[in-house]
Design a protein around this ligand. Structure first.
Ligand SMILES: Cc1cc2nc3c(=O)[nH]c(=O)nc-3n(C[C@H](O)[C@H](O)[C@H](O)COP(=O)(O)OP(=O)(O)OC[C@H]3O[C@@H](n4cnc5c(N)ncnc54)[C@H](O)[C@@H]3O)c2cc1C
Length: 274
């Protein structure tokens, strides 16, 4: 049976015991659905309530609230009410304030309120959106960046790629369930992309990433690394990078984006226990 995940490492805000201020939920409607690949949908959300929704850093996140079973649209959450059980974490891929639009890329991984909803999404359907939450502070002076992760982090990687300067080199190492998920990525920086295939078995999450790092090229001590994938895989790869490959911990930002067998993995799993 699936169990809700528990927070696994604390944010600076948690550490200071500062209560998180919840921003009011914004009602949004689906205005466009694009099929990017068999298991990736790009969904444009739009609405007057998106006014003032600003994202400052790449790899930021937001919360989306999906309909519960039996609902055609989710109920607007009350300011101090309980958290919706069908709330999940997604990356604002592109925000167009003038049009009141935000694009979100959804991995169709199987069952789950978000993935199931995205697989059937149609224009006019309603969600609630909250956030944004903080993202990744880019080191614009760094000569080399590595983005290592799985398809759930591909939208975050695209926002990072868009923010890098032409002087930087960036290597993307991306694990997908099937080779049909591979597509062209773009950046002003000097980009190389390496796709590795996991296959349908989720238990194999991260194995292809680790193999590629052991057998192919890998980041050096000077590289800045953003590592985001399944939570246990993220920890194993963090250990591989700091142990076998000798990278300083300070060069690596880790994020568990989902957790095998757990629903709604928290948005602040940094894996610093690894
Ligand atoms: C900061 C942040 C940003 C994120 N941005 C995105 C994004 O832009 N696009 C995106 O698609 N995802 C993104 N994710 C991941 C997304 O939040 C999770 O995949 C989420 O669990 C999906 O919810 P669900 O309702 O579909 O499944 P849940 O109800 O949470 O889980 C149901 C089952 O599916 C499994 N599962 C969940 N996600 C995946 C997956 N990706 N692959 C394989 N199995 C999975 C779980 O282990 C569980 O067994 C992000 C996560 C974080 C923390």
């Amino acid at each position: 049976m699936q169990e809700p995940s528990r927070p696994v490492s604390s944010t600076p805000a948690d550490a200071q015991n500062t209560p998180r201020k919840r921003r009011p939920p914004r009602r949004v409607e689906v205005s466009r659905v694009q099929v990017l690949s068999p298991a990736m949908r790009r969904i444009t959300l739009t609405g007057a309530e998106l006014q003032g929704f600003e994202v400052n850093d790449p790899a930021s996140y937001m919360k989306l609230i999906f309909p519960e079973p039996g609902q055609t649209e989710p109920v607007r959450p009350l300011p101090d009410g309980p958290r919706a059980t069908s709330m999940r974490t997604y990356t604002p891929l592109a925000v167009r304030p003038e049009a009141g639009e935000v694009d979100v890329d959804f991995v169709l991984h199987g069952e789950g309120p978000a993935s199931t909803w995205a697989a059937q999404a149609q224009t006019g359907q309603v969600l609630f959106l909250m956030g944004p939450g903080p993202g990744y502070k880019l080191d614009l002076q760094a000569a080399e960046h590595w983005l290592i992760g799985d398809d759930s982090a591909l939208p975050a990687f695209e926002t990072i790629l868009a923010g890098l300067p032409a002087t930087a080199r960036v290597h993307v190492l991306m694990e997908v369930a099937d080779a049909a998920e591979e597509r062209a990525l773009h950046s002003p920086a000097q980009l190389t992309t390496e796709w590795v295939v996991r296959g349908a078995d989720k238990q194999r999450a991260g194995l292809a990433l680790a193999q590629a790092l052991r057998q192919g090229s890998a980041p050096s001590a000077e590289s800045r690394v953003y590592l985001a994938c399944e939570a246990a895989a993220m920890r194993r790869i963090r250990e591989l990078l700091t142990g076998e490959l000798g990278l300083p911990r300070s060069q690596i930002v880790g994020r568990g984006y989902w957790k095998l067998g757990a629903v709604n993995h928290p948005d602040h799993d940094y894996g610093e226990d690894a």
